[in-house]
Design a protein around this ligand. Structure first.
Ligand SMILES: Cc1ncc(C[n+]2csc(CCOP(=O)(O)OP(=O)(O)O)c2C)c(N)n1
Length: 678
């Protein structure tokens, strides 16, 4: 036996009750499962409602299909034990706990008709990401956003320990949740018949409250932050499973977390207990002689796309519309010749983002996210059209904050990332701008999203979603007043580990290149695009048309900076990143003054993945092209934005790899006070 039993009965119970409510009130609802290790519950319910067999036709609604359904669970070549991209109705990868509530809120922003029922594990609630997610209600506007119904699954235990929330007095928990701005309804007990009554009544009540909040706001406009209802569902862990095994209590304890009856091969008594347990659900009354759920019960599920496994919001690509893209050339900086003017790349990009926001205003399908840094990252032109959003108190001294803003700012990288993921997974578009050093806070969330994209791209019924776009700025080379604490370019190393089908890294050297790259990223699907660009005034190199050509190629020789004139150079000066590009141009100038006979070639790299062999990444240059650019045997001095090893990793199979020398951030910048290169 495999899997996590303990949380599953609660998940099943809630799913079935939501089905009843969906039918009764014609709700547009998806189900997010925080304790995603209870994956079997979601697989089972989507099977019973019919979605599973529609999406996986070999899993038929009969004994044969049920056998396959069971066998494939957590089996090589089968399905994961947790909710995942393979699970109909899920937008949450269930392995790493903490992101259910943030995904739920991301899903309902600008989705006025949607109700997300979000089950939160009481253990999950101890994670940092979940602990801050409660505050998402200060960003939810009932006029144009949907609603989240948080359901705290207070089954008391994690893997081997009690949970904190289960071991504080009920009054304290009640106050904590009220302090987060919710009105909790407690459902407590272990007698199924009684809990059925309690949950049915409570669901009716909270749905009426949610509708009332929405109707009031949609009629009279936003006046004050509502107190949203939520449910605390307190039932035993492993409810209805084996109560005592080998003399030890299992139901209602931590022992119910995973497999309540182990060692079946050596303990025949356990097999008997397993059989008794399974038979206690009276399957002969629930399924007909072919193994199909009886009609009377099957009819209880909602119909068609109202089924939570079939709701298109959980397969956002079905709802995705292209962003309308304005002509980014209109935001370009006029560059008559290289290095004659300075410009602030992210300021220019902000103008483009503003124009995108404007053009898609009525669709309400684009938001930007950041940890209190939109202004600091110089995307301030966005504020010409919209402000930051807050449904908490706003004071007259606050700057560009309103209950209607479309810039999502909160000092939690976890929330920015999770909201954006939820927003994208339900079929919208967005961008997360962040200080480069602090993006590491979401390394692990990035991993999970990358896994989701990789797996879902191979699932035929999962439609492609808009890419997750990062702008990393306030970067390592220009910490003019922060220094060492704000410096780390290592996110690129982390990202580069992931599947080539998913990952793109761009280092535009100037503002016009940043515009071209941004346009490209916002049109793309199913990728994670990482753009690194500075916000400080910096030298501009390419006019708009040159920038488009350069970014489309991904890398190329800058002839105006080189003097090899098409012949074999003596040295290749390569660069990737805005500051390294400036430094390279400066170095080349010195070389050309000091050694006029030296033939120097400058190669600038925007699309970092172009360095990889074509066999490893779809953007990779073929070996012939690479050898032409970087030569087969001449020294290559590579000024790179990040840690040098990454360039070596990407190029280790290239002919000239032994001659590639990467300018090393650790040598150039004293550890104690890495400020800036000049
Ligand atoms: C971030 C993270 N840390 C640790 C784990 C390992 N883990 C899996 S389940 C679990 C306990 C979860 O408890 P809870 O959220 O209360 O779920 P339930 O008790 O309903 O199973 C833990 C610690 C994990 N999956 N994710």
């Amino acid at each position: 036996m495999l899997g996590h039993w303990g949380t599953t009965p609660g998940l099943n119970f809630i799913y079935v009750h939501l089905n009843r409510a969906i039918r009764e009130f014609d709700l547009n609802t998806i189900y997010i499962t925080g304790p995603g290790h209870g994956g079997p519950g979601l697989v089972a319910n989507t099977y019973l409602e019919g979605t599973y067999s529609e999406l996986y036709p070999d899993i038929t609604q009969d004994e044969e299909g049920m056998k396959k359904l069971f066998k494939q669970f957590s089996f090589p070549g089968g399905i994961p034990s947790h909710v995942a991209a393979e699970t109909p109705g899920s937008i949450n990868e269930g392995g790493e706990l903490g992101y259910s509530l943030v995904h739920a809120y991301g899903a309902v922003f600008d989705n006025p008709d949607l109700l997300v029922a979000c089950v939160i594990g009481d253990g999950e609630a101890e994670t940092g990401a979940l602990a801050t997610s409660w505050h998402s209600n200060k960003f939810l506007n009932p006029v144009h956003d949907g609603a989240v119904l948080p359901i705290l699954h207070l089954n008391g235990y994690k893997i081997a320990n009690p949970t904190i929330l289960a071991r504080i007095p009920k009054e304290e928990l009640d106050q904590l949740l009220r302090g987060y701005g919710y009105k909790p309804y407690f459902i407590e007990g272990d007698v199924p018949e009684q809990i059925h009554q309690q949950l049915a009544g409570t669901l009716n009540h909270v749905i009426a409250e949610i509708k009332q909040i929405q109707q009031e706001a949609r009629k009279n406009g936003f006046t004050k932050r509502p107190v949203w209802p939520m449910i605390v569902f307190q039932t035993p862990k492993g409810w209805t499973g084996p109560k005592i095994v080998d003399g030890l209590q299992v139901e209602g304890t931590w022992r119910a977390h995973q497999v309540p009856l182990a060692e079946l091969a050596t303990k025949p008594a356990h097999i008997q207990m397993l059989e008794d347990w399974m038979k206690s659900y009276k399957p002969e009354e629930l399924f007909d002689s072919n193994g199909k759920l009886i009609e009377e019960l099957a009819a209880l599920a909602p119909k068609s796309t109202r089924r939570m496994g079939a709701n298109p919001n959980a397969n956002g690509g079905l709802l995705l519309h292209d962003l309308k893209m304005p002509d980014f050339r209109k935001n370009s900086i006029p560059v008559s010749s290289p290095g004659m003017i300075t410009g602030e790349a992210t300021l220019v990009m902000g103008g483009f983002l503003r124009d995108i926001m404007k053009l898609n205003w009525d669709e309400r399908n684009f938001r930007i996210f950041g940890p209190d840094e939109t202004a600091s990252n110089r995307l301030t032109k966005m504020f010409e059209i919209t402000g930051r959003t807050s449904t908490a108190e706003i004071k007259t001294s606050d700057d560009h904050i309103s209950s209607d803003g479309r810039v999502m700012e909160v000092l939690s990288e976890h929330l920015c990332q999770g909201w954006l993921e939820g927003y994208l997974l339900t079929g919208r578009h967005g961008l997360f701008s962040c200080y480069e050093a602090f993006i590491h806070i979401v390394d692990s969330m990035f991993n999970q999203h990358a896994k989701w994209l990789k797996v879902s791209s191979k699932i035929p019924w999962r439609r492609p979603i808009a890419s997750l776009n990062y702008l990393l700025t306030s970067h390592v080379w220009r910490q003019d007043h922060n220094g060492n604490s704000h410096q780390d370019p290592g996110f690129l190393d982390h990202v580069a580990n992931k599947s080539a089908n998913i990952i793109r890294i761009y280092l535009p050297p100037d503002a016009n290149c940043l515009l071209s790259v941004t346009d490209h990223c916002l049109r793309s699907r199913n990728y994670i695009n990482v753009i690194v660009a500075g916000k400080q005034p910096e030298m501009q190199w390419l006019n708009m048309e040159e920038a488009i050509r350069h970014c489309t190629a991904g890398l190329g020789i800058w002839k105006w900076a080189s003097n090899d004139e098409g012949s074999e150079p003596d040295v290749v000066m390569a660069c990737a990143g805005d500051v390294p590009t400036l430094e390279t141009i400066a170095a080349v100038q010195i070389l050309r003054e000091q050694f006029p006979e030296l033939k120097v070639r400058v190669v600038n790299v925007v699309d970092l993945m172009a360095l990889q062999p074509q066999s490893e990444h779809p953007h990779g240059l073929n070996d012939k092209e690479f050898d032409i650019l970087f030569t087969k045997n001449k020294p290559v001095i590579f000024a790179f934005h990040g840690y040098p090893l990454l360039i070596h990793r990407l190029t280790y199979r290239r002919t000239n790899h032994n001659n590639i020398h990467v300018a090393d951030i650790r040598e150039k910048v004293p550890q104690q006070r890495r400020l800036t290169w000049w």
